[in-house]
Design a protein around this ligand. Sequence first.
Ligand code: NAP
Length: 438
Amino acid sequence: MTELRTLKVALLGCGNVGAQVARILIDDAGTLAPRTGARLELVGIAVRNLDAEREVDLPRELFTTDGETLVKDADLVIELMGGIEPARSLILSAIQNGASVVTGNKALLAADGPALYEEADKAGVELSYEAAVAGAIPILRPIRDSLSGDRITRVLGIVNGTTNFILDQMDSTGAQFADALAEAQRLGYAEADPTADVEGHDAAAKAAILASLSFHTRFDLEHVYCEGITRVSAADIAAAKEAGFVIKLLAIAEKIGNGDGSEGVSVRVHPTLLPREHPLAAVRGAFNAVFIEAENAGELMFYGQGAGGTPTASAVLGDLVSAARRIVLGGPGRIESTTGHVPALPIDAAITSYYIGLDVADQPGVLAKIAQLFAEHGVSIEIMRQTIHRDADSNVESAELRIVTHRASEAALAATVEAVKGLDVINSVTSVLRVEGA
Ligand code: NAP
């Protein structure tokens, strides 16, 4: 039997994910080697604090605070520090030294991905990042490789477990947003500062990556329209439920025709109503899922754990073995396909259905007035439901009107809502939410 060569692996970061990656590299070295065609030797782990307690018992001599020296002598570098610096400089340094890099750092990729991909292309090394989107779920490789002979038309993803947990809590218990967030924090699903999750920024970074790979064009954060879940109320959830919908925070990337033969891509993150029978509606708790529509494959769904040290380590190891195999077999680094050149469309060009909640005066002719106004703006109504309320103190009756439209442009809908607000029979517009999959 021929002796397998040894590839040196440097690990940057030993937190939730890094510690599990180190454990698997050491414990499973014997099974990884024949699958890889090389022995993967963990040569060092860069951290901030050499004395910190680690979740996993690892040899002390592996630890260093000098990431720069560590990456200079590695064949493969795994970056699991997070943040922009020093992760960015260390990745660049690794690439320039001819190492392939695996990272889970969606924030860095969204901020500076194109420059890093370019450096990797130039150096003929791989930069892989399966763990950056939807944790353990193999989703980037299927989009990039398995579907490379097809044409993806739409991607809908639940790619943030924290917000899915919060919305699921609100749906199943009737809780308000603040209470569901507090519960998520108590159970460790949400950070003490939950801004990146609840404002949709984390999902937006992943949407940019999904859109780039799906449509062979580089999109970054500035192309992603982003609305978080902080304004979703218990009343919105209850009304959606009554109408047969569930509210999810979706990352959406879809190709839209401009009507003149040209096409663009709408990339957006926002709370979305989904029919309860849609496959994504069944994604509960902190789980993630990505639903893909492709011209030939039809509909595909990928489901699993979107975070957590061990699940995410699985995705990192997959990338590592694949990059190591390429080093063993030779050949150029994997070059991202950017031949699509489809422009990103502004949110006004997005075409979707809408759910609109209105508090209206209970008078004859109100429904006709509203329906006529929608028709004048080219927005056609699919469902209109009215519920009458009587205020116990004042004895005044008001009506709640819930409207679901057919697909319309965001611009037409925005103009309609503005016009509706001007009608004398409208007390308030209680919610405007987008609907998918109806
Ligand atoms: P983490 O628990 O905060 O660990 C970060 C590690 O990096 C720590 O070991 C820290 O060292 C080290 N580090 C940070 N700044 C450093 C610096 N300036 N110099 C040297 N070492 C430094 O992070 P994580 O949850 O494992 O996440 C790592 C990456 O994976 C992030 O990009 C994250 O977005 C991504 N990711 C995480 C998950 C998940 O479920 N956690 C899922 C998908 C993707 P000390 O330990 O000494 O402080």
